[in-house]
Design a protein. Sequence first.
Length: 326
Amino acid sequence: MSKRIPILAAAVLIISSAVFVAAQTPTTQTPTTTVIQTPTTVTKTVQNPDGTYTVVEYPVGKEVQIVMNPVTLTKSKAVGTILRDDTGTKIILNVTDVPADVSAINVYAVDDAGVVTSLGPVVIANGTGKFTTTTPLSKFMLIAAPDESLTAYDPNAKIYFRSAVPEGFAIIPHTTSPVGETVAATTTPGTTPASTYTVPMLNIPAYKKGDDTKLKVDFTGAMSGARANIFIEPHKNGKETEIRMRFHELKEAPKGQAYILWAVSPDNQFFKLGQIVNVRDRNEAEIKANTSLADFGLLVTMEDLAAVKTVVIPAGPRLGVIQLIP
């Protein structure tokens, strides 16, 4: 006696990224239909493994167009140019469509070690602003933030913009073990009591208003071998004078020390303009400050790092003799 084998209705559905197959039951006599979907490949620039660092090295003598990607100011725009030469790297940014409730935009450079360097504020008027500055850095990304004293670039920092990777450039990976000396630059304006140091005046009233006057520093003692340039621009912001000091070859300077730039008034009062702390992993730094003194001299001293927060008057050895470049 033969057994009867039941006919089973079958439906097979196979899904992959490229093929969809639908099989009908044999009893319907409908032919099998195969639908092939062609996958679409989207190519994107890989910013960095964590997606947050866009550090590139800017070439000498080539003007590079940059775009600042909005992070929180999603309806605002920021574009600019970067030009590096043998005197430093010039940065120009133009910001538009800034909301009326945004009162401050501060620009920072972040290098491949994550070190944050303040570059200055963007002056906003009627929703637009232009920012121009120079930095000794050659490898960095730009960020803009509301915080005027940002010290770390991390997920807790509120960021308005971050520079995109210019076309044709490759990312320098973020690393925690770069080569060189790490230096942090700060500015702390404020008067100090009189000191026994004697510092000659620079005759600031004789400088041309609105133009940079370049000075040089001949370092002595512990800073022998290092070098720095100072740029003074009288009356840049109303009655104030801007002072920018760029340190180079800091690998020659002892680690674990603070190097402080002081402005000295004609009556021998000292004003702490800023400091760099020689720690590790970078060779250059910049101090940028303003003073309302009509005339002043400049002094660089080395101070003990452990006591630097309480230093209000020069106490360490004098390192810099500052003079006009002939």
